[in-house]
Ligand binder design. Structure first.
Ligand code: CMP
Length: 154
């Protein structure tokens, strides 16, 4: 089992796509462990996007990500980091494959609806920016036995 930090960005909420897009992750069988609506502050943005702060697009990214509410979540599942990024598709909505969230709903590099961690290490770092340890609920949904056979679990 792996955890990922998944954040529904301002464009997702402003465009009223949250319910439909969240349903894709639920439909896949990913477990929701934490969920919070908040306004990202410039300081949080700089922490979250530390690797992008010096890039030319960062000022616009910060303005976008702090400009309206986001919904931050923690999701868990087998190979969750890779699986979730494949559900999202390529960064740019124009390049993302049809059938992915970005391919179906976005035509932008910046307004690409959802952020997801790119490694388990990034997930741990990003989760700690948005959630206290006791806000992340480890649980075993009753349905889990219908999502994977016992011999598929590592
Ligand atoms: P995300 O997956 O959240 O990671 C970094 C974010 O920066 C990315 O999604 C986009 O929202 C944004 N981004 C990445 N590349 C560009 C770019 N070339 N121009 C504008 N925004 C970008």
């Amino acid at each position: 089992m792996e955890r990922s930090f998944v954040m529904f960005k301002p464009d997702c909420l402003e465009r009223r796509l949250l319910g439909r897009i969240l349903a894709r992750f639920e439909d896949k069988g990913l477990r929701l462990l934490a969920m919070k609506m908040l306004l990202v502050t410039p300081a949080m943005s700089r922490q979250h996007y530390a690797e992008h702060v010096s890039k030319p697009f960062y000022p616009a990214l910060e303005q976008f990500i702090t400009g309206a509410p986001v919904v931050a979540t923690v999701m868990e599942g087998p190979e969750a980091v890779r699986v979730i990024r494949e559900i999202l598709g390529a960064t740019s909505g124009l390049k993302a494959a049809a059938g992915t969230i970005r391919g179906d709903y976005s035509s932008s590099r910046q307004m690409n609806l959802v952020h997801a961690s790119d490694s388990p290490e990034s997930a741990a770092r990003e989760i700690a920016i948005y959630f206290k340890a006791d806000e992340v609920v480890a649980w075993d949904p009753t349905l889990a036995c219908w999502l994977q056979a016992p011999d598929e679990k590592d």
